[in-house]
Write a protein that binds this ligand. Structure first.
Ligand code: MLT
Length: 323
């Protein structure tokens, strides 16, 4: 009798899971962006969400939930129902670095299911226009001669711009004072206004202001130039060889989300990445599409684990203190 009850229970659970998946989505899907509006994460999420609506046949909303280097927003997504209606947007900072800095209350690998690897971009070293440097070497010399540590905007401890700043301090032999914002959108506003000295920013966030002449760019943290910003030298060309950092992004859902639901969200993301108008928008921001053989959900999971193994030792060695 007990075996029959258990069998019936498992059958019901299995059926309800597949029933959820079969009807998914039957209402709006929300993508939680863990940084403020107007920044690079927000921009990419909104471009993709607009096209994901077509495949999913329901609204795809973007909600900005900010704070603590993105971990507040990721935590919100982790604790949401595993039904596919809440998706976590994140990147190297939020889904790798945060785990080496914060006591998160969730596990970046076991409490999340990977959905899709998204575009990536190198970082770009930019300063306010008032800095009298015409090259990366002159900029580093300027940084070293300031009476107090120059200010570097970030999206908070453990954000991509913060990790990039730590890496830059290491390789350039400079000391920075970090100024945390709820995203590099507001940080950029202050850089343009000359309120802070620099950002090691996502290229996609700075490229527009560089083109407009509102900030100064020194180098791209890659071995090859960005096609849509081919006038900006690489760090190898500019005298800081090997300072390579690519900030990749991705989508996750809470652990326990039905596989068929994950597959539908993955298909919507892949359709968006294959859409020529979407690709043009993203590539114009200096973003590079993920390799075609890295588009399955499992590929993001494998990539994230490898990045944790790569970055955690450096981040932990930096002994970052979070208040
Ligand atoms: C970061 O620095 O982690 C991101 O660029 C922040 C953002 O997307 O606003």
């Amino acid at each position: 009798m007990r075996r029959m009850v258990l069998a019936a229970l498992f059958a019901t659970l299995a059926f309800s899971g597949s029933a959820i998946a079969q009807n998914f989505p039957s209402r709006a899907v929300t993508i939680i962006v863990p940084f403020s509006a107007g920044g690079p994460s927000d921009a990419m999420a909104r471009i993709l969400a607009e096209r994901m609506k077509t495949t999913l046949g329901e609204q795809v909303l973007v909600e900005n939930v900010t704070g603590a280097g993105g971990s507040v927003g990721v935590g919100r997504a982790v604790r949401s129902a595993p039904d596919g209606y809440t998706v976590s947007f994140g990147h190297l900072g939020t889904h790798v670095a945060n785990g080496a800095i914060y006591k998160l209350g969730y596990d970046l690998v076991t409490d999340l299911e990977p959905v899709a690897l998204l575009p990536s971009n190198p970082m770009i070293i930019v300063s306010k226009n008032a800095v009298p440097a015409k090259s990366l070497k002159e900029f580093i010399a300027w940084l070293k001669t300031q009476p107090s540590p120059p200010t570097a905007g970030t999206a908070g401890a453990g954000s991509g711009s913060h990790i990039a700043g730590l890496y830059f301090e290491n390789v350039a032999g400079v000391k920075l004072q970090y100024v945390p914002y709820r995203g590099t959108g507001p940080a950029m506003n202050d850089l343009v206004a000359g309120q802070i000295d620099m950002i090691v920013d996502q290229t996609s966030n700075s490229i527009g202001q560089v083109r407009a002449g509102n900030i100064r760019a020194y180098a791209i943290t890659d071995s090859k130039r960005v096609e849509s910003a081919s006038d900006i030298p690489t760090v190898d060309e500019a005298g800081l060889p090997g300072f390579h950092m690519t900030l990749w992004s991705g989508l996750w859902v809470p652990k326990g989300t039905p596989k068929d639901v994950v597959a539908k969200l993955n298909a919507a993301a892949v359709d968006a990445l294959n859409d020529s108008a979407v690709r043009k928008q993203l590539e114009n921001l200096g973003l590079q599409m993920p390799p075609k053989d890295k588009l399955a959900p499992e590929a993001l999971g494998t990539w994230q684990k490898a990045e944790i193994a790569k970055w955690w030792p450096m981040i932990k060695a930096a002994n970052v203190k979070v208040d």
